[in-house]
Design a protein around this ligand. Structure first.
Ligand code: GMT
Length: 380
């Protein structure tokens, strides 16, 4: 199949899923064309089936806001026509689904028919998309898509409750490349951070409000009052400065290390004994799955799709959003020497359910179904 993939090329989960999906499909022999404003972060290897088309936006003094959506739609038209694509798969509804919808209409006017699949990732629905300033366009463009997928059952249900959706939504979970994310047992690195044999906790995110970084630090502090422990905060974003300030104020700087954005996060995760994800909202929790694949159990909130991934009392623990005491107590329970190896093994076992080899064929057969349905409907 010749597939166009549209996504955000940054560190965010939706971009990672889209890029890894494209890479996986290319390895299976499909021709994959990424259409985005810069080279996707994880598009880091050569494969003869992978192509990248950059969306360039004209700047003009009149524009207060650059017309990205129009530029993207125009690029989609161009790539579909010249590369003879058979399907467009857009990740994150805003503005990708509406741009795809426009491209589809333009192409139709030129006698070219192409189905569009939209994958909903989370904040495009639960935070940004439901805002009245965007909801009508989001609803329209989701309904115009020929196929809709959501990354968890929870996100599917939330989408159905927030928008007037007229088409079935298929749940296809986030996935993980177990060859890349695994326990590489780099104990010597861990000793460099935890010199006295302390336990190590990790949090990775885009440091946005929704991730509740303050809770991460508060949980860590409570755990540190009981056992020797260190913490790595991986990533960067709007909350970083205030969280660094908070750490200083609490005198926790020497035990909490801000690592910044790390491309090869799979090198860091195996060092950890526990992963903290107290998010306000989380449609799936790809970062937690990455940790689990490296045999790191998860202390998380029970927001969104997290209970579909993190099994309470088995692969870690779930608590209500904001329950700092609960999360700290659960962390202490999980880190006990006789418990930790069991949690670690369970985390890996659960991660295997979401392996690339399990999930990729689901996307593949979904594409074939949508294409078949699309042409059946056209014939009438
Ligand atoms: O977590 C973020 O803020 C990034 C966001 C994105 O769209 O890039 O992640 C969302 O999509 C991921 C991939 O499907 C999911 O694993 C994350 O749970 C989801 N984030 C939220 O729902 C907050």
């Amino acid at each position: 199949m010749k597939i166009g993939i549209v996504c955000y090329p940054t560190f965010g989960g939706s971009g990672v899923v889209a890029t890894e999906l494209g890479k996986g499909l290319a390895k299976l022999g499909h021709e994959i064309h990424f259409i985005t404003y810069s080279q996707p972060i994880r598009l880091d290897f050569f494969n003869e089936n992978l192509y990248f088309h950059e969306v360039d936006i004209q700047s003009y003094p009149l524009f207060r806001y650059p017309p990205y959506e129009s530029a993207l739609a125009s690029k989609m038209v161009d790539v579909v026509k010249h590369e003879k694509l058979e399907l467009l798969h857009v990740h994150y509804a805003i503005p990708h689904a509406s741009a795809a919808c426009m491209a589809q209409q333009i192409l139709k006017g030129q006698g070219i028919e192409i189905p569009v699949v939209t994958t909903l990732h989370g904040t495009d629905i639960t935070l940004v998309g439901k805002d009245p300033s965007l909801a009508p366009v989001v609803t329209f463009s989701i309904n115009q898509s020929n196929g809709i997928t959501a990354v968890s059952e929870s996100l599917k249900q939330e989408t159905l409750s927030l928008f007037d959706i007229e088409k079935p939504i298929e749940v296809i979970y986030n996935f993980i490349d177990l060859d890349r994310f695994k326990n590489t047992r780099k104990d010597h690195y861990k000793k460099a951070i935890c010199r006295q044999g302390e336990k190590l906790l990790v949090h990775t995110s885009n440091f946005r409000k929704v991730k509740r970084l303050e809770d991460v630090v508060k949980i860590f502090r409570k755990v540190r009052q009981k056992i020797p422990v260190k913490m790595l905060l991986v990533g960067d974003g709007p909350e970083r400065t205030s969280i660094e300030r908070m750490c200083r104020k609490l005198g926790a700087c020497e035990d909490i290390r801000f690592v910044g954005k790390v491309e090869a996060v799979e090198d860091l995760l195996p060092l950890a004994d526990g992963f903290l994800m107290p998010s306000e909202k989380e449609s799936f929790g790809l970062a937690a799955l990455e940790a689990m694949a490296c045999e790191v159990p998860v202390i998380s909130s029970n927001a969104g799709g997290l209970p579909e991934l993190n099994l309470h009392g088995k692969t870690g623990f779930l608590s209500e959003v904001g329950d700092i005491d609960g999360m700290a107590n659960n962390t202490l329970k999980m880190l006990q020497d006789d418990q930790l190896p069991v949690f670690k093994a369970n985390a890996l076992q659960r991660a295997r359910d979401f392996s690339l080899s399990n999930i990729l064929p689901q996307y593949e057969s979904y594409y074939y179904n949508i294409i078949e349905l699309f042409y059946k409907e056209k014939k009438g």
